[in-house]
Design a protein around this ligand. Structure first.
Ligand code: SAH
Ligand code: SF4
Ligand code: F3S
Length: 469
């Protein structure tokens, strides 16, 4: 790891200076300046948006209820599949009316989509009303970028032209405005080195880089002492964390922090899922959630190889076996791609059999979407859309049955649930459970399951003194 990936304290101080400058300009320009952030994509993007919002508030904006009321609107985009990009582009298209209604507001598009040069060019050409475009490694510079736009009155584009093998920084000391008071994302590492052949993430998020463990521990401590109850450690490849210690050691240290809270983490890559990780989870049954999200992508060794996943089905099943032995009450969930180039009926049947063999609590199934610039997009034997979709539906049907069976076996059991304040909450396994009373958000309660459906569990709250099932 080289030093230059860390944004220096001097640079953070310089950015703080820009927040002061922006504050003065926008107060005069708008009177009561407001900001609205729209987020597409994964948890990493949600975490990034909380930082963008944090900086905007530092600059003197307050939060708008809806985009129409805002003087600064930011769309944080995703590029993982074509559908995600279409949504982001249509979001940018909706800016046209907003700009016509009020020409003095600042409209920004950022995140993974414009990190691809051709998309940034497309926004320049086809979305002339977008004032500010920036990539994934520039979010911490929001105050400076806003200042440039506000004083020049011109469009600005800040997308790194570094090759993606040098893309990405770690910016500490960025203000964060979290959406929830009792749940939080904590990024522990950024970027990805894996280059799965279908995936755009390594190109738009740059190389793997890990935060200093002490910074992470301090952040988690301060969240816990502020009343946070559910903390998800984030990384594109979270278990390849290497900040001087490995991911299992980091998790162990965090689980030793005093307080009533749960740790989650995502996303784990099977090639980095060590025995040590399951051992640490087993050692902290209360603090570390009983949930393992372990994307398999396919059940066929041939396809796994073509995807460059660097594990076999046998290795994957070995990890599952370990989890079942050491963490018998853990939920296992996965991601599956249907219709990767060259996927034959026989390959797909291997995926079906993997799903049956593991008995996942839930699967997130995706139709393969060719991403320009990735190796798989150039492969021969692209699968026709109808076949991809029919495979997708078949997996959904099979999984419905499996999930229903798992949920039925939950009836009569008691789960410790963290309330979301609306009569539902989440168990350690990350299952949504609804119950008979409305509890305040962020409160733990024991709930005995009385009824199960494929993707829903219902129960009654066990009051203290009542016996546990
Ligand atoms: N870093 C995580 C998440 C990556 S994106 C991981 O490695 O698991 C989340 C999921 O999107 C992936 O697991 C994969 O199933 C899916 N995905 C990624 N690229 C895709 C593409 N081009 N088409 C369809 N699904 C894709
Ligand atoms: Fe994409 Fe693979 Fe990296 Fe996940 S591990 S972000 S799927 S390249
Ligand atoms: Fe999408 Fe970027 Fe996340 S491409 S899935 S928002 S890392």
């Amino acid at each position: 790891m080289t030093e230059e990936i860390f944004v220096s304290p001097a640079e953070s101080a310089r950015q703080y200076g820009f927040t002061e400058k922006v504050r003065g300009i926008i107060k005069e320009k708008y009177g009561d300046p407001k900001v609205f952030v729209i987020t597409y994509g994964c948890q990493q993007n949600e975490a990034d948006s909380e930082r963008l919002l944090g900086i905007a508030l530092e600059c003197g904006y307050s939060r708008a209820e809806k985009a129409e009321d805002a003087d600064l609107i930011i769309i944080n985009t995703c590029a993982i599949r074509e559908h995600a990009e279409k949504k982001a582009l249509s979001g940018a298209g909706s800016f046209k009316k907003l700009k016509e209604a009020r020409g003095d507001r600042v409209l920004a598009v950022c995140g993974c989509m414009p990190q691809q040069e051709y998309r940034a060019d497309q926004i320049d050409k086809s979305y002339p009303y977008v004032d500010l475009v920036f990539g994934t490694d520039r979010g911490h510079l929001l105050a400076e970028m806003l200042y440039e736009v506000l004083i020049s009155g011109k469009r600005r584009r800040f997308v790194s032209d570094l090759p993606h093998d040098r893309l990405g920084v770690i910016a500490e000391d960025v203000p964060v405005c979290r959406e929830s008071s009792y749940k939080a994302w904590v990024s522990v590492m950024y970027g990805c080195n894996n280059f799965c052949t279908y995936c755009i993430v390594p190109s738009v998020r740059g190389r793997e880089r890990s935060r200093d463990p002490e910074r992470i521990i301090d952040e988690v401590k301060s969240l816990v002492s502020g009343g946070c109850r559910d903390i998800t450690l984030l990384g594109q490849n979270v278990n390849s964390y290497s900040g001087g210690i490995g991911f299992p050691e980091l998790l162990d240290k965090l689980a030793r922090i005093d307080g009533d809270f749960r740790l989650r983490f995502m996303t784990s890559h099977p090639k980095d899922a060590s025995d040590r990780l399951t051992d640490v989870m087993a050692a902290h049954p209360k603090k570390i959630a009983r949930h393992f999200h372990l994307p398999a992508q396919s059940g066929s060794d041939r396809i796994l190889k073509a995807m460059n996943r660097r594990y076999t089905r046998e290795k994957y099943m070995g990890i599952v076996k370990k989890i079942r032995e050491k963490l018998p009450d853990a939920a296992i969930t996965t991601d599956i791609i249907c219709g990767f180039p060259g996927e034959t009926d026989a390959d797909f049947e291997d995926t079906v059999s993997l799903i049956r063999e593991v008995g996942f609590d839930m699967i997130y199934t995706f139709v393969y979407s060719p991403r320009p610039g990735t190796a798989a997009a150039e492969m021969p034997d692209q699968i026709p859309h109808e076949i991809k979709v029919s495979r997708f539906s078949r997996l959904a049907d099979i999984q419905n049955g499996i999930s229903a069976g798992i949920n039925e076996r939950c009836v009569g059991k008691t789960f410790r649930v963290l309330s979301d304040g609306d009569g539902t909450g989440r168990s350690s396994q990350n299952k949504i459970i609804s119950y008979d009373k409305v509890l305040p958000a962020g409160v733990f309660a024991d709930v005995k399951i009385t009824e199960a459906q494929a993707y829903a569990l219902k129960g009654t709250i066990i009051l203290k003194g009542q016996e546990k099932a």
